[in-house]
Ligand binder design. Structure first.
Ligand code: GTP
Ligand code: K
Ligand code: MG
Length: 367
């Protein structure tokens, strides 16, 4: 049996099994098995996209990469072409784009890569079509644009979400606050800091047994589900990625319909074809990328505002800044003079651990 067939079998069994006290343990076990099979599929996808000319991987450039994911003909290539100027083939027929087409934009001083991807179809997560290679590229991105055609049913949004979920991508979410600590012996002990309303002790145990984790401490700090627990156990192949729903082709709907679209969270209605609302899309893109621009100021001179050093929001200490400039700079570092919103006094002298904010100005003083 192939991995895909095994997945289908388990999904069928889950669909047949009614959820109640007697079956919840077994369902937990099935979910864990499903997660394992999906992990296998992911490995297969990674292997098949390595070499053989089949891979969709492109070299990452710039400070962040955004992948365009969606069904065929929703307008991904049109959007890439309008935003980056790179000509990615556009046509009314499906599967026009057959491989990854990279482009980039310079936005607020930061070079951001955009990847136009082939359209995916439902069932990609279970091995249908070339969707798994496409989603493998999306997994490596810092932000995903889920492109949807507003003339198509809104259900498409859920289908795409499910496909990405099936490949271990978690959209617009943080990792669940659960700590699983394996130990040598002593069985399973479970503690929780909040009441658990969605998972039972039996379910926790059956999932852990499926992963042969017979001795461990599990500490729940959120009202977690079985799926959350499985995510934490599989943390090494889960990717938590922000996503924006790009609702394209609003030139073909009425104002009343457009109003409804504004209620969808994390969504931006646009017309790629007519270049409507692309500014709002880029503004939201910028917020979600969480980038920090730092301007360098040579001693006694004006700062260089044209060419910021761009850091990631989670890694933006003075140390991160130094490492980005040159690998020996930390060793030579004496102090840094900083202007901007990260400091109270203008300027202020700070050390390597200081956290920088967007648009700070910095001068490094060496020993
Ligand atoms: N009305 C309208 N049509 C659009 C818009 N954007 C794209 N289209 C049309 O939609 C069709 C598909 O556009 P593409 O950019 O090729 O779509 P794609 O998502 O890249 O398609 P695949 O590569 O096949 O997956 C083309 O006929 C475009 O002209 C838009 O904003 N409004
Ligand atoms: K197309
Ligand atoms: Mg295309």
């Amino acid at each position: 049996m192939t991995t895909v067939q095994k997945i289908e079998d388990i999904e069928a069994e889950m669909a047949r099994t009614q959820k109640n006290k007697a079956t919840e343990k077994h369902l937990g076990l099935l979910k864990a098995r499903l997660a394992k099979l999906r992990a296998d599929l992911l490995k297969e996808a990674a292997q098949s996209s390595g070499g053989g000319g089949e891979g969709f991987d492109v070299k990452k450039t710039g400070v962040a990469s955004i992948g365009f994911v969606g069904f065929p003909s929703v307008g991904k290539s049109t959007l890439l072409t309008k935003l980056t100027g790179v000509e990615s083939e556009i046509a009314a027929y499906e599967f026009t784009t057959l491989t990854t087409v990279p482009g980039f934009i310079k936005y607020r001083g930061a070079k951001i890569q955009m990847l136009d991807l082939p359209g995916i179809i439902e069932g990609a997560k279970d091995g249908k079509g070339r969707g798994k290679q496409v989603i493998a590229v999306a997994r490596s991105c810092d932000l995903i644009f889920i492109v949807l055609d507003v003339n198509k049913p809104l259900k498409d949004k859920e289908i795409i979400e499910r496909e990405l979920e099936g490949f271990g991508i978690r959209l617009n979410r943080d990792p669940p606050d659960i700590i699983v600590q394996p130990k040598e012996s002593g069985g399973i002990s479970i503690t929780n800091t909040v009441p658990l309303t969605k998972i039972t002790t039996d379910e926790v145990k059956s999932v852990l047994q499926e992963y042969r984790m017979n001795s461990c401490n599990v500490s729940f700090r959120c009202d977690a589900t079985v799926d959350d627990l499985i995510d934490v156990i599989n943390a090494q192949n889960r990717r938590y990625i922000p996503a924006i729903y790009v609702l394209n082709k609003i030139d073909s709907i009425s104002i009343e319909e457009l109003e409804l679209l504004y209620r969808i969270p994390n969504a931006v209605p646009i017309s790629a074809g007519k270049e409507w609302n692309l500014d709002e899309l880029l503004g939201i893109m910028w917020d979600r990328l969480n980038l920090v621009r730092v301007y360098t100021k040579p001693r006694g001179k004006m700062p260089d505002f044209s060419d910021p050093v761009v850091l990631r929001g989670q890694h933006c200490t003075v140390r991160d800044f130094c490492n980005k400039i040159h690998h020996t700079l930390v060793a030579e570092f004496k102090t840094a003079q900083v202007y901007g919103s990260s400091v109270k006094h203008q300027p202020q002298y700070v050390g390597l651990a200081h956290v920088l904010q967007d648009e700070d100005v910095i001068t490094i003083l060496k020993k």
